[in-house]
Ligand binder design. Structure first.
Ligand code: FES
Length: 243
């Protein structure tokens, strides 16, 4: 007999067996846990839309005067949950004046054929030009800067010339969807089948500040509900991001 057989110890063999079974058991528990945690939907979310004052990048409430008109800069804020980018756009006309949106637009879903009412723009009297929409494309979920606002008289490469883009458009370069922010982010070109979800804004004529308080239209892309599937903001305000 060799040395190995001489040193054979049946009790050690049993010990190894037990260790092996225990390891399999631990692995099974791990798989089970993983399976369970995938089955249980995240409990985070909200029961109602929050009302959040919109702050600027210096940590103060954003005022109408500080929101550039017809800007190609992407200005977004998180709403209604963390990491939900929403556009904030101060619409201007082709001559550089605020574009008053005083008739509530009625965007239509190409998917369901249904329409809904988007609110008017907000801002000082005669300049109800500020609008807000989800900045997540309804076609396949692209986010800024792939989807962005092109002010009036600017070219959207390979899609619209500067002269064709008369009042400003939101365009997603991922697959070419275009939305009209002057009519509630309704569909201009596919492949999107849905307008961008709208965010309702309040404007305070005394302080000139804005708050976001509700959404309308289709749910945010990829979500069953705008209010679940993410974490609420931990403050009663939401800050703009300029990029
Ligand atoms: S994700 Fe925007 S067009 Fe496809």
């Amino acid at each position: 007999m060799g040395d190995g057989e001489d040193s054979f110890d049946p009790s050690r063999r049993n010990f190894l067996k037990i260790v092996a079974i225990a390891s399999v058991g631990v692995a099974a528990v791990g798989i089970l846990k993983g399976g369970i945690s995938n089955l249980i939907a995240p409990t985070v979310g909200l029961s109602a839309f929050p009302s959040l004052t919109i702050y600027d990048t210096s940590g103060k409430p954003l005022t109408y005067e500080n929101l550039p008109l017809s800007s190609a800069q992407v200005v977004t804020f998180e709403y209604p949950l963390q990491d939900d980018p929403s556009f904030l756009i101060n619409l201007g006309d082709s001559s550089g004046k605020p574009l008053d949106i005083t008739t509530p637009p009625k965007p239509k879903s190409a998917l369901t054929g249904t329409t809904y009412t988007y609110p008017t723009g907000v801002g000082p009297t005669g300049s109800q030009s500020v609008v807000a929409f989800s900045a997540i494309c309804q076609h396949a979920g692209c986010v800024p800067p792939s989807i962005k606002y092109y002010p009036p008289n600017t070219e959207i490469p390979n899609v619209f010339s500067a002269s064709q883009n008369k009042l400003g458009l939101i365009h997603c370069s991922c697959h070419g969807s275009t939305y009209d922010p002057t009519s509630g982010a309704s569909i201009v070109t596919g492949p999107t089948q849905n307008p961008l979800p709208g965010v309702f804004l309040k404007y305070d004529p005394t302080t000139h500040e804005f708050a976001a308080y509700k959404m309308t239209g289709p749910t945010i892309f990829g979500r069953q509900s705008d209010l679940t599937g993410g974490s609420p903001l931990s403050t009663n305000y939401t800050e703009i991001k300029v990029g």
